[in-house]
Design a protein around this ligand. Structure first.
Ligand code: SF4
Length: 402
């Protein structure tokens, strides 16, 4: 990677100051419209982008036609989300026509996918700036270049994977706040694009997380959520190898009246120690989101999930024993390539046994570049839809019987 792609705080501050001088010279501050797709990590990233924009002197609007800058933070997890993004970006041709000086920028996971970037390059020529999650800390420089240059700016390199602390954040009003504790994922579930677009796992130090959390509590935020793609593997590679249970304990030990939750947990790395830590800390919300994805051992192995059905059930039993009345939610994928009726029945049986409080259900979405995308699939779309309908009906029945 070239030197110029590395984050350098002083130079980004200089770009922020240049943009601030430019926006400060205008009669009214330029307006930014920031739109976010996808998960809580993307919401958190958008709060950082808004913080940077506020430092550069931008104000915010919900009106795409009034905006001088439209910034769309995209999601790559499912094809449907990508189609929505592209549809909405296509429609921005009209806002750009009405306001030719408007800059349209795309960022987020989809912009780390070569095929999507190529599509934007060729077919969405009204988009002036594109950057992936790795380039986010260099947003001041990229925005400056996009405004200064006549050409379009693309920065979709993988970056140096480092964590940048101290970026400005513009959050919503209390009580809720997100705190990222780690980034990336090392799990490579066969269907998932996240490790390819967000990079390898890296954790923030406990000191930085605790400092941010304490400041949030002092600012009146009382419902905190610790975020990571796989929070249960927090701490790998940090000095002293802290774990997530220890971090949760330390957050709860901070003074103040607040609650704390976390997402997302991976069953492979969830431990009894985590459940015991949750149980003994009244500040931890009694909610566990533990995605199981499939009730079939054959499909779990094909998905590279790293646990069995029996291990998952054992975890749930252990968590419930530690926290009676625990609110349990999960994610499940229907129609993974070559899922048999027997595999699907195993998923139905699992949800009937556990009786989740809520279930987030998805039909398998093929993500180019993942191992699962190369599989041929014997299951028709009609069968997948029919299984989804049966799954939803079963979950409805479970909820009605509570
Ligand atoms: S744990 Fe699996 S599903 Fe979750 S982000 Fe990582 S690779 Fe994707």
């Amino acid at each position: 990677m070239s030197e110029c792609k590395r984050y350098d705080e002083a130079s980004q501050r200089a770009y922020t100051a240049r943009l601030r001088a430019w926006t400060g010279g205008a009669e009214t501050p330029p307006l930014a419209f920031v739109d976010t797709y996808g998960c809580q990590q993307n919401e958190a990233d958008s709060e950082t982008l808004r913080g940077m924009l506020a430092e550069m002197g931008y104000a915010f609007t919900d009106d795409e036609y009034a905006a001088d800058l439209i910034l769309i933070n995209t999601c790559a997890v499912r094809e449907h989300a990508e189609m929505r993004v592209l549809g909405n970006v296509g429609a921005l041709v009209h806002t750009k026509k009405a306001k030719p000086g408007q800059l349209i920028a795309l960022c987020g996971c989809m912009m780390q996918e070569p095929e999507a970037v190529e599509k934007v390059k060729q077919s969405y020529r009204h988009v002036g700036l594109v950057f992936g999650p790795h380039a986010l800390p260099r947003f001041p420089q990229l925005l400056y270049e996009a405004l200064e240059k006549t050409g379009r700016v693309f920065d979709v390199d993988e970056g140096d994977n480092r964590i940048v602390e101290g970026l400005p954040v513009r959050r919503g009003e209390p009580p809720r706040a997100w705190v990222s504790v780690m980034y990336g994922c090392d799990n490579f579930c066969s269907y998932c694009i996240v490790p390819y677009v967000r990079g390898r796992e890296r954790s923030r130090t406990p000191e930085n997380i605790l400092r941010e959390t304490a400041a949030l509590v002092a600012d009146g935020y009382t419902e905190l959520t610790l975020l990571g793609q796989n929070v249960n593997s927090y701490g790998k590679g940090l000095p002293g190898s802290p774990d997530f249970a220890g971090l949760l304990d330390a957050v709860c030990a901070l003074p103040g009246d607040f609650t704390v939750g976390f997402m997302t947990s991976h069953p492979k790395d969830a431990t009894p120690r985590l459940f015991d830590t949750m149980a003994k800390n009244p500040k931890v919300r009694r909610h566990l989101h533990l995605p199981f994805q499939s009730g079939s051992d054959r499909v779990l192995a094909a998905m590279n999930r790293g646990y069995t059905r029996a291990a998952y059930l054992g975890l749930i039993d252990r968590a419930r024993a530690a926290m009676p009345g625990l609110n349990l939610t999960s994610d499940v994928i229907v129609g993974y390539p070559n899922e048999t009726e027997e595999d699907f029945e195993a998923t139905l049986a699992l949800i009937r046994r556990i009786r989740f409080d809520n279930l987030f259900t998805f039909i398998y979405s093929k993500r180019p570049g993942t191992p699962a995308a190369a599989l041929s699939d014997s299951v028709s779309d009609a069968t997948k839809r029919e299984r989804m309908a049966r799954l939803l009906a079963a979950q409805k029945e479970i909820r009605a019987g509570r």
